[in-house]
Design a protein around this ligand. Structure first.
Ligand SMILES: [Zn+2]
Length: 175
């Protein structure tokens, strides 16, 4: 159905006999209440430099309960969004790397870069390739094997071809 069938809210409200309060509040928590010590991580310090502590102290996080999607950064105000399901269930190293990846996006947002471009597919987006490249370096540093990293890059919303392209883009291609 055309989502704009009704010309305005008050008419739709009258016709359908319901009201919808569109002013939903997002509950934000301090990043540092949940993710502690990241200001000491070199892979984070290399993103924000001298501003690392300040940025992390000001960063806010929103939790959502969906099983789908793990983490993201708001392209409106740069806050972090984390699936509480992912947070409670995922491997510690996966969460650690996801945070590094998302903090990279926070910096891109601060630099005024457009996080979600329709110009590229997810794995071809320079925004994602930069964030993944940075994260893969950290994965190697913490001792993950190439196979583990390749598995880490296999997120369910990308197909095998895209997964292969991503592996290549971040310098992990075997062939
Ligand atoms: Zn990303």
């Amino acid at each position: 159905m055309n989502r704009e069938t009704y010309p305005n809210d008050s008419e739709a409200s009258r016709l359908l006999g319901v009201r919808i309060n569109r002013d939903a509040k997002t509950v934000l928590f301090p990043f540092t209440d949940y993710f502690i010590g990241f200001d000491k991580v070199e892979a984070v310090r290399s993103i924000f430099g001298d501003k690392t502590r300040e940025v992390l102290q000001n960063l806010k996080v929103e939790f959502f309960s969906s099983k789908f999607g793990y983490m993201g950064v708001s392209d409106v105000d740069g806050h972090l969004m984390v699936s509480s399901y992912h947070l409670s269930k995922s491997d510690f190293r996966v969460l650690y790397l996801d945070i590094i990846h998302e903090l990279y996006h926070v910096k891109q947002f601060m630099d005024g870069r457009e996080l979600f471009s329709t110009e590229f597919e997810y794995v071809d987006s320079p925004i994602e390739i930069e964030a993944y490249s940075h994260t893969v370096k950290e994965a190697q540093r913490i001792g993950m094997s190439k196979e583990e990293i390749i598995e880490y890059l296999k997120v369910e919303w990308i197909d095998d071809d895209s997964h292969k392209r991503l592996i290549k883009s971040v310098g992990l291609a075997t062939t």
